[in-house]
Design a protein around this ligand. Structure first.
Ligand code: ATP
Ligand code: MG
Ligand code: MG
Length: 352
């Protein structure tokens, strides 16, 4: 069977490798840590930095398709590798999602709404943008942020110079704080033949910038769910995408959807699919990048997915006595505060 190259061996790489194995496909993971979570599930591991061009090229020559588990992998080695071996999702999608200014400009350019925003390169621009946007705002670094890192909440009344310094004076984006009624996300896939299939959107709660839980369907109305699917489809088609995407959205009091960000990969808020759907997001992604038919996104149960963060994982096995819970641990040896150690999905009876 085909071999899939995966750049990044964290929990997402681990779960992709498991899904590939179930379909009889091989995997080779590139990760700097030979004991990374994916090392236990992948067929082979190339121990190297993500930006090591030699390692990425070596990967390209040993597999039929390359994918990646997170959006902060350097573009240049993947672009070079794509001359030898297809890279899915396409490198263009990776570039768009790596830079919040490029991402927001792309989204607005294809007719999708976001929070009002300004690109910020100097403290003077920050001062000016705070006057223009008025009210509460969030300053985010353009690149490399995740789990709410590299963000400062501020308004005109706060000392903007402090916020600028707190972020280290890096190129940033200022976004107006959206008074959303809920956060939701949609995980969808596009196949090599252009077929688009979306899982039901999840209602998400964050704590300290980290996803706490995803509830499906939660308080999301069928109309809003359909809107969210349409947003994801537009993004997938405009990017000529192949693979699974996670689209994070804010729902306003008026029922409008604003796009927060795009993750060009499987998404934490889609982990519930392994428990409540016949085909998980992990298998869906593998199917898409391997050129196999996509699976139906049918959901057989309502559910709640909860992350196990830091020391919470020490109680994980207590969940095994509950008959409606599906547990998934990432095999990480050390629990650090804020580190995602695993998750569990509780299946709920579905309303008739
Ligand atoms: P992820 O781990 O999802 O990649 P991230 O570090 O890229 O996170 P964001 O998704 O931009 O960060 O923001 C983290 C959270 O902060 C959001 O899920 C949301 O709860 C809140 N947030 C971000 N931007 C806004 C905004 N403009 N208005 C209101 N809340 C926001
Ligand atoms: Mg992000
Ligand atoms: Mg986010």
């Amino acid at each position: 069977g085909a071999v899939i190259g995966i750049v990044g061996g964290g929990q997402l790489g681990r779960m992709l490798a498991m899904a590939a194995a179930r379909l009889g496909l091989g995997t080779i993971v590139v990760d700097p840590d030979k004991h990374c979570p994916a090392s236990e599930t992948a067929g082979d591991i190339i121990v190297a930095a993500y930006d090591d061009p030699v390692a990425i090229l070596k990967l390209a020559r040993r597999c039929q398709v390359i994918t990646y588990e997170f959006e902060n992998v350097p573009v240049a080695p993947l672009r070079r590798a794509s001359e030898e071996t297809p890279v899915f999702p396409p490198v263009e999608a990776l570039e768009v999602s790596q830079d919040r200014v490029v991402e927001k400009a792309f989204l607005n350019g294809i007719g999708l709404a976001t929070a009002p925003w300004r690109a910020i390169d100097t403290v003077q621009e920050l001062d000016h943008a705070l006057q223009e946007l008025e009210g509460g705002c969030i300053l985010k670094s353009r690149r490399f942020g995740y789990d709410g890192k590299g963000q400062v909440s501020l308004s005109r009344a706060d000392g903007y110079a402090e916020a600028w310094d707190a972020l280290g004076g890096v190129p940033s984006i200022l976004e107006k704080r959206v008074p959303f009624v809920r956060e939701l996300s949609v995980v969808a896939a596009r196949g090599a033949d252009g077929t688009v299939v979306g899982f039901d959107p999840a209602e998400n709660t964050h704590e300290d910038g980290i996803l706490r839980r995803s509830v499906v369907p939660g308080g999301i109305s069928p109309a809003t769910a359909a809107n969210a699917q349409a947003v994801a489809k537009t993004i997938l088609e405009k990017l000529n995408y192949v693979g699974v995407v996670g689209v994070e959205l804010f729902e306003t009091a008026e029922g409008a959807l604003l796009v927060n960000e795009i993750a060009p990969r499987i998404h934490n808020s889609g982990h519930w699919t392994e428990a409540a759907c016949f085909v998980s997001q992990f298998e869906q992604h593998i199917r898409a990048v391997a050129g196999l038919p996509l699976g139906a996104p049918t959901r057989h149960s309502d559910c709640v997915m909860e992350n196990l963060i830091g020391e919470e994982a020490s109680k994980a096995y207590e969940l095994l006595s509950e008959s409606d819970v599906v547990l998934h641990l990432y095999g990480k040896r050390q629990a650090r505060p804020g580190r995602k150690m695993g998750h569990f999905t509780r299946l709920l009876t579905r309303d008739a």
